[in-house]
Write a protein that binds this ligand. Structure first.
Ligand code: IPD
Ligand code: CA
Ligand code: CA
Length: 255
């Protein structure tokens, strides 16, 4: 299974790489900050056709197409291009993110960092990998020594869930904060120990599915802001090296 997920992630990544900084069409979704390009759609179409051909009765949940129901206990959760704003503006930070669930449990996840040509992959109970190297979260226990990352939903201007106050509080507590613009890559950089923690107030199943498993298999912890276990429909996400989790939760509960 994982080999097929890696194979199709790379095929989709190739489409995205070839479209980067070329002429592509851009449309708005919920507002003028929420973009979709024809490359997002082409990537998704290629992934969906691959699954339909190779795994005939598997179910699919894909960002641009929605839900494709079928009889199988397997569900593929797909973000065909995570980091569309970066892609559309020519910033080379974006990924393909594909998670596969069996009976509602994620059994494998792949994030393909397209421009760095790096595969992050995990299978349940099998560890997490960056290409062929096993990866682990950081061992830092101290929030003031932490490099954190976050992202903002497309309705950030209305400050949902006090997202701006949360960001301000972390600015004062952490060593530094980054905003890369791809939740899938944010998860993977927690998994490989670059970031100590990642939070976001409102993510979607296709942002979460693969990345969550990769962080957990690298020894990290993923919960919501009330420290409850996270499902793909959970929205609030705190992913950390586990050691600073309680400290981050304290701030997320205030803001
Ligand atoms: C977005 C990115 C971004 C995050 C947003 C996501 P998209 O996904 O992952 O980093 O902050 O919440 O919606 O729209 O580029 O697939
Ligand atoms: Ca996304
Ligand atoms: Ca996307």
């Amino acid at each position: 299974m994982i080999d097929s997920v890696i194979e199709i992630s790379k095929i989709a990544g190739q489409i995205i790489r070839e479209g980067f900084r070329k002429n592509f069409s851009v449309e708005f979704k919920s507002n003028e900050s929420d973009l979709v390009t024809d490359i997002d759609k082409e990537s998704e179409k290629t992934i969906v056709n691959y699954i339909k051909k190779k795994f005939k009765n598997h179910q699919i949940l894909a960002e641009e197409t929605g839900s494709i129901k079928a009889s199988s206990e397997y569900l593929w959760v797909i973000d065909p291009l995570d980091g569309t704003t970066n892609f559309a503006h020519g910033l080379p930070i974006f990924a393909v993110s594909i998670g596969v669930q069996k009976n509602n449990e994620t059994i494998c996840g792949v994030v393909y960092d397209v421009m760095r040509d790096v595969i992050y992959a995990a299978e349940i109970n099998g560890g997490a990998y960056e290409n062929s190297k096993k990866i682990f979260v950081s061992s830092n226990q101290n929030l003031s020594h932490s490099l954190l990352v976050t992202g903002f939903p497309y309705n950030i201007k209305s400050n949902p869930n006090h997202a701006i106050e949360k960001f301000n509080l972390f600015l004062k507590k952490a060593r530094a904060i980054r905003r890369l613009g791809s939740a899938a890559i944010d998860f993977c950089y927690v998994a490989n120990g670059v970031f100590d923690g990642f939070w976001e107030v409102h993510l979607h199943p296709w942002d979460i599915c693969a990345g969550k498993l990769i962080v957990e298999e690298a020894g990290g912890l993923v919960t919501d802001f009330s420290n409850r276990p996270v499902k793909i429909f959970s929205k609030q996400i705190l992913a950390s090296n586990a050691k600073i989790h309680a400290k981050m939760l304290k701030i997320l509960q205030i803001g």
